[in-house]
Design a protein around this ligand. Structure first.
Ligand SMILES: NC(=O)c1ccc[n+]([C@@H]2O[C@H](COP(=O)([O-])OP(=O)(O)OC[C@H]3O[C@@H](n4cnc5c(N)ncnc54)[C@H](OP(=O)(O)O)[C@@H]3O)[C@@H](O)[C@H]2O)c1
Length: 296
């Protein structure tokens, strides 16, 4: 028989990238992580080693029973069935709080826990957490999007503040746009940098980061501050000849990357279109159409 958890006892389900970091961050801010469930036994053991007093449990229900706060840090698609399993087993009811950390999902995935009487919230940190991250400082000053009913808003905001974050309320029905924005800002920006790196390596530059580092950081900072007005380069200038030389070089040396260049440049063209003369815009649009022969 598990004794009732204390006010600041937490359980983590999902000992992956974010779950492990949250265990460390909760512990530093005075929470007691009493149990870890889900995932592989090795991952649970790693988390338990990081956080004194955390018991690795084979059964997610047993783990959840040990936390007043139950943090679900599992893949987004696993949230709804997991919350249902915990609610059916009576592990998350009156007096418990269940939080998920997925950006793409609102409160609906926790509705079984809410029906069982638990407080529920979706609290998403706008930060990328790679495997092996255990330093809670990674979460300091990070913006978190919080979805919670008014009865749960207070503790959800307090939890984020405990973790060093800055909570902002977000309606459930805009989570799709919100998360798409973050995915573009993080994942596709990363993909563009990887593409740029490959081009420089192909050009014989041994240390692409030396060239790209300051440029990428300055471009991102300027775009964050000024939006489309900060964009520069041949597409923005309507410099058709330069874009053509890029595409010629790509088609000759790295044809498999030419369409990626076109796609990214089309995004740029869409943003700056209102400022370009119609004839330059038409030429660029034709050059950047996917998989057409480069007009000479
Ligand atoms: N990492 C980030 O940068 C980041 C940032 C913000 C938010 N998030 C959110 O955090 C959540 C977890 O993401 P993550 O990147 O930490 O993923 P992750 O590293 O893959 O960790 C997920 C953990 O959940 C376990 N798991 C999978 N299915 C489960 C289930 N049905 N029941 C219990 N445990 C299960 C996994 O075990 P296996 O390894 O055995 O599959 C793994 O231990 C997601 O909602 C994600 O959107 C992540």
């Amino acid at each position: 028989m598990v004794s009732p958890p204390g006010e600041r006892d937490a359980a983590i389900l999902g000992p992956g990238r974010l779950g492990t970091l949250l265990a460390a961050a909760l512990t530093r801010s005075g929470w007691r992580v009493r149990a870890v469930g889900g995932g592989q036994p090795e991952a649970r053991a790693r988390l338990a080693q990081l956080v004194a007093g955390a018991r690795p449990c084979d059964d997610v229900v047993e783990a959840a029973r040990r936390g007043r706060l139950v943090v679900l840090a599992v893949p987004d698609d696993a949230l709804e069935p997991l919350a249902r399993e915990l609610a059916l087993a009576g592990a998350v009811g009156e007096g418990r709080r269940v939080v998920h950390v997925a950006g793409s999902r609102g409160l609906e995935v926790l509705s079984a826990a809410a029906r069982a009487g638990a407080g529920t919230a979706g609290c998403h940190p706008a930060m990328t957490v790679p495997a092996g991250s255990t330093d809670p400082d990674l979460l300091l000053g990070v913006a978190w999007a919080v979805s919670a009913r008014s009865a749960d808003r207070g503790w959800a905001h307090a939890l984020v503040t405990d973790l060093g974050g800055e909570p902002t309320d977000l309606r459930d029905d805009v989570r799709g746009l919100y998360h798409a924005g973050l995915a573009v800002g993080s994942n596709t920006v990363g993909a563009a940098v990887v593409l740029a790196r490959r081009l420089l390596l192909a050009a014989g530059i041994e240390d692409p980061a030396a060239f790209l580092g300051p440029l990428v950081r300055a471009s991102a900072a300027n775009a964050l501050e000024h939006g489309a007005a900060a964009l520069t380069g041949p597409v923005v200038r309507g410099d058709v000849g330069t874009v053509r030389t890029h595409l010629d070089a790509l088609e000759r040396d790295l044809p498999e990357l030419a369409d990626a260049y076109r796609s990214l440049s089309q995004v740029l063209l869409t943003q700056v279109a209102p400022g370009l003369p119609a004839d330059q815009h038409a030429l660029l649009a034709a050059l950047l159409s996917p998989s057409v022969d480069t007009p000479s």
